[in-house]
Design a protein around this ligand. Structure first.
Ligand SMILES: [Fe+2]
Length: 234
């Protein structure tokens, strides 16, 4: 099994979980780079997982399906029920390609946002980023805070596969809040090096994220709301 990022749109990642010639696609936000890659590599889509309804996560779905010559099962939360074969909910366990994916409800960014945990790999859409978290479009800050706490409780070795390359922006923001934080500075240098080579900053493991993510570190809902509102203006 190998997991690969396909950069899409401005700063999205489409995640591919490959086993031999079979691939599971997470959040196909744009069809062109994805279909190009699948055709060049001779890969066949087994299933598609959606985390939430935003266009930059589902925009490539219909063209991707049209490009496949066989039936593909699409899974997603109730907010994308028109686009999926199977609506999934918190606690569901999906058996795909010999791998088990557990569904975790992680609302706040959108009302029905879900994440998928496969072994120690978490595909978390826009709920959590390496050094940040998704904007709370629902205004349900409690839900978003609880979603972050739920992820924080997972094993430290969990690899985080988020939907966007926002790491440097989030680190720059975090350094305005904690300018002397050495962990933030070290991570900023490490990520700059990776990005200058054209490599994604993701995945990263939860132990690292806990060290550098001020949103995960917020000790109360009140602190989280304050931080998120400052970030919205950054
Ligand atoms: Fe989103």
């Amino acid at each position: 099994m190998h997991i690969k990022a396909i950069p899409a749109l401005e700063d999205n990642y489409i995640w591919l979980i490959k086993t031999g010639e079979d691939v599971v696609v997470v959040d196909p936000g744009e069809s062109e780079p994805l279909i190009d890659y699948l055709q060049t590599s001779g890969l066949k889509v087994k299933a598609i997982l959606l985390t939430h309804f935003h266009e930059d996560h589902v925009g490539g779905l219909s063209e991707l399906l049209a490009s496949q010559k066989h039936e593909v099962t699409v899974y997603g939360p109730i907010e994308v029920e028109d686009q999926v074969n199977q609506v999934v909910k918190d606690g569901d366990r999906l058996e795909i390609n010999g791998w088990e994916f557990e569904v975790l409800k992680t609302p706040g960014h959108s009302a029905e946002h879900i994440s998928y945990l496969m072994d120690k790999h978490l595909f978390c859409g826009d709920v959590l980023f390496s050094a940040g978290c998704g904007r709370v479009f629902t205004n349900d800050y409690q839900a978003q805070y609880d979603s972050l706490q739920k992820i924080k409780a997972l094993s430290d070795e969990t690899q985080i596969y988020a939907g966007h390359e926002y790491t440097l922006t989030n680190l720059a923001f975090s350094l305005t809040i904690e300018p002397d934080n050495q962990d933030l500075m070290n991570q900023q240098q490490a990520v700059k090096d990776r990005r200058s080579k054209g490599l994604p900053s993701l995945p990263t493991n939860l132990a690292v994220v806990k060290k550098i993510n001020l949103f995960l570190q917020a000790e109360s809902l009140k602190d989280f709301i304050q931080l998120r509102k400052v970030r919205d203006q950054f």
